[in-house]
Design a protein around this ligand. Sequence first.
Ligand SMILES: *[C@@H]1O[C@H](CO)[C@@H](O)[C@H](O)[C@H]1NC(C)=O
Ligand SMILES: *[C@@H]1O[C@H](CO)[C@@H](O)[C@H](O)[C@H]1NC(C)=O
Ligand SMILES: *[C@@H]1O[C@H](CO)[C@@H](O)[C@H](O)[C@H]1NC(C)=O
Ligand SMILES: *[C@@H]1O[C@H](CO)[C@@H](O)[C@H](O)[C@H]1NC(C)=O
Length: 304
Amino acid sequence: MGFKRGVFSCCFCVVFAVFLLNSCFLVIGGDIVHQDNVAPHRPGCNNNFVLVKVPTWVNGNEVTQFVGLGARFGPTLESKEKRANQTRLAFADPPDCCSMPRNKLTGEAILVHRGNCSFTTKAKVAEAAGASAIIIINNQTELFKMVCDPGESDVDIGIPAVMLPQDAGTSLIEFLRNSSTVSVQMYSPKRPTVDVAEVFLWLMSVVTILCASYWSAWSAREAAIEQDKFLKDGSDDYGGKEVTHSGGVLDINTTSALLFVVVASCFLIMLYKLMSFWFIEVLVVLFCIGGVEGLQTCLVTVLS
Ligand SMILES: *[C@@H]1O[C@H](CO)[C@@H](O)[C@H](O)[C@H]1NC(C)=O
Ligand SMILES: *[C@@H]1O[C@H](CO)[C@@H](O)[C@H](O)[C@H]1NC(C)=O
Ligand SMILES: *[C@@H]1O[C@H](CO)[C@@H](O)[C@H](O)[C@H]1NC(C)=O
Ligand SMILES: *[C@@H]1O[C@H](CO)[C@@H](O)[C@H](O)[C@H]1NC(C)=O
């Protein structure tokens, strides 16, 4: 009986691990749309922070694809790669794009450095200079959320703005130095309503649960048959009773396993809908407690 419970706890432990992994995947998957309430929302400045893919062509050949982050301001980007225009890229002169660039622009995307003035100032200057989009290179390897300044009252920017990490910017500048034409495309793919990876992980946990309950049911039946054989010599009545008792144990195990699947699925859906930071923290703590407890039972079973 103690052994059976131990085995079942072990399986629970595995499932907890799977769900912890699942929540990790959700956190990563949730990276596509950042929705923070700290940055001010105003008309013309209320875009979601979306991930932007920037495929790059050098002399007509596609060489690489960078990943950047959209800004709070400006028009939203095309979501389909096919519909996004391929535009030539030009490096701003001066590179900070805080004053009117000296180079002539005719609808190119302009590449600028971060710093010296606000993001919206850069975008306004670039738009006035005739750029069709602005790509701002961060001064760090991470991405940065471009928001409007608290003091700005009327933000009306007509070109999309994208932030790229420092290494991507360095590569682009090198491409521009080395070759005659560099062009880019910008689009932000929509997040699928149901993630394939999530469905797969969910199936994995359900299969684990089913295997666990089948396994414990099977071992319980084995034990019951053993006991039955052993007790046949003594008293028939007693043996019969024991078998029905084991059946009761099986039922409870299967029901609780099914219940666990249902509850865990509801939890996952809640996690998906309520993608909030504290909820994930609470879940991680709960999973840790569950995992440690399961591990302890696991070790006790294995060692005894
Ligand atoms: C692509 O270019 C065409 C023609 O220049 C323009 O009308 C259209 O708005 C552009 N599309 C996007 C998504 O920028
Ligand atoms: C900011 O302005 C200073 C002085 O004009 C210049 O030296 C510096 O390179 C600029 N910073 C960036 C990031 O362009
Ligand atoms: C990056 O630029 C911002 C804005 O100019 C500045 O506040 C920050 O210190 C810079 N960070 C680094 C690592 O240079
Ligand atoms: C640019 O040219 C230099 C020297 O010609 C070369 O070392 C470097 O690898 C080139 N970079 C790219 C991205 O082609």
